[in-house]
Design a binder for this molecule. Structure first.
Ligand code: PGU
Length: 474
């Protein structure tokens, strides 16, 4: 299995790729290149990844021309590998086994293993349908104004000084991914330092999103595989040696894939260090409410950075906490020092968004706004959200107990210590592929399992598979 298929393309790999000049199609730019040249170069390198370019020049496998290809102007196009995370679902769908289990994608499932549409979402949608005055006109470039305001309050807190002083601009984007991408492009165009530090490991899409946004991706140590906890010393050392002004990507809570978050005291040390070195914090908040079951608690890290009056960026997703995965609803907030700066920043965000997708979709944002504006619906949402978080915590305990009952070799206490949607099991690539082959259990190759995909009736199957994997496969 090559690294590109492991779901864990490290930032170092990205830097290495960036330094590699494939020389293919003559796409390479010197360090004095303009931002748009650099973006084009990054795009070319992304499309011509080392694995793919090697296979077309050396083995000729991917570029082989079959008779049906002849005459196509696209016959040279190499088949790209499936996405390391979403590709797991593709493989799962092809499996006809009745015991198959998809623990790959981070998407909530009920005890019955079914996707869940929250009751509160159904109610909000009904309200929208019943309201005949609603139309399907284009939204403004920055999206639904009420959604933006309410999203900012959700992450920063209703009484946040940045909202009170109008120092934050919030724009509706295409879920968390789109918010990260728009934020990345804005920084490439308007921020003096184009280096972004991302944790190792991190969500597999981060390096791609930021590279294609035109930023240069570097990494900081985050996870210690020995302790299966935070490598705080490594994190501090790496951020301490970052150049002044560098952007730092931080998972607001429920770190993906490790399930390991800094303590509040550690967050405070990270904050002090980031501020004293003049680094720029960029939070990815994809799991607010999923770590602890409490929306305010899960926003604490972000709020600490806003409370000190400094600047920061936040990408918010409503995919998980409202179960609106396919509605693609999220928000990008940029907290500035003054209202005047925030206004100018917003005017430039519009210039990033307009040629990218013009303006965002209306339906998902309307659902979120309907829930956040109404006290009764909001309270109902928090109860449903807590129930999802609690079910995941219960699955952690059930899996831990099942492995203990089987006397499975190893210390599995990290299953109950880690938080959020995922357990970073420590299983290696060979053990993961054994579990898929022999037990029809699908998960990412880095050993991450989505606890949200597990239920009381499937725990024993997973525990049997893990037990067999660690006892039979090195
Ligand atoms: N940021 C982090 C840390 C994430 O884990 C995810 C989703 C996102 C952003 C993007 O979420 P949006 O759906 O764009 O709001 N990660 C999940 C979902 C599958 C995927 O890879 O997109 C995961 O399984 O890791």
């Amino acid at each position: 299995m090559n690294k590109a298929c492991s779901g864990q393309i490290s930032a170092r790999d990205v830097s290495e790729r960036k330094e590699m000049n494939c020389g293919i199609h003559g796409v390479s730019f010197s360090s004095s290149a303009t931002p748009s040249e650099r973006r084009l170069s990054a795009l070319a390198r992304h499309l011509i990844s080392p694995t793919e370019s090697c296979s077309c020049s050396a083995s000729g496998v991917s570029a082989s021309i079959t008779s049906s290809d002849v005459g196509s102007v696209f016959s040279h196009v190499a088949r790209a590998p499936e996405d390391p995370i979403l590709g797991v679902t593709v493989a799962y769908n092809k499996d006809s086994s009745p015991v198959k289990l998809n623990l790959g994608v981070g998407a909530y499932r009920t005890e019955e293993g079914k996707p869940l549409v929250l009751n509160v979402v159904r109610k909000a949608e009904q309200q929208l349908v019943n309201n005949r005055s609603r139309v399907k006109e284009y939204l403004p470039i920055v999206g639904l104004a009420e959604f933006n305001k309410l999203s900012a309050k959700l992450i920063f807190g209703v009484d946040s000084p940045c909202i009170r002083d109008n120092r934050v601009t919030t724009v509706q984007c295409l879920s968390g991914t789109g918010s990260l991408r728009v934020g990345g492009e804005f920084l490439t165009r308007h921020y003096h330092q184009r280096i972004i530090y991302i944790p190792v490991p991190t969500w597999g899409n981060h390096p791609k999103v930021f590279t294609l946004a035109g930023l240069s991706v570097k990494s900081y140590r985050y996870y210690d595989p020995i302790t299966r906890g935070l490598d705080f010393k490594g994190l501090v050392e790496d951020l301490d040696s970052a150049p002044s002004g560098a952007i730092v990507l931080l998972h607001a809570c429920a770190h993906n894939p490790t399930g390991v978050d800094p303590s509040i005291q550690q967050w405070e040390q990270i904050r002090q260090m980031i501020r004293s070195k003049g680094l720029l914090p960029f939070f990815d908040s994809a799991y607010q409410g999923f770590a602890s079951g409490n929306l305010d608690k899960d926003a604490q890290s972000v709020r600490m950075f806003v409370a000190d009056g400094g600047e920061c960026i936040v990408a918010q997703s409503f995919a998980k906490n409202m179960g609106l995965y396919g509605e693609r609803v999220g928000a990008l907030s940029i907290v500035c020092k003054t209202a005047d700066v925030a206004g100018k920043v917003e005017s430039q965000l519009k210039l990033v968004i307009r040629p990218m997708y013009s303006n965002p979709p209306i339906h998902g944002a309307s659902i979120v706004a309907a829930i956040l504006r109404d006290r009764t619906l909001y309270d109902e949402w928090t109860i449903e959200l807590k129930a999802m978080a609690d079910r995941i915590i219960s699955m952690r305990h059930q899996l831990f107990n099942a492995l203990r009952d089987r006397d499975t070799p190893g210390d599995w206490s990290h299953i109950i210590k880690q938080i959020g949607m995922f357990t970073f099991t420590g299983l290696n690539v060979r053990q993961v592929s054994f579990m898929t082959r022999e037990y029809h259990i699908y998960m990412t190759a880095d050993g991450r399992i989505s606890m949200a995909g597990l239920s009381s009736s499937t725990v024993s199957h997973l525990a049997d598979a893990i037990h067999a994997a660690v006892t039979h496969v090195a």
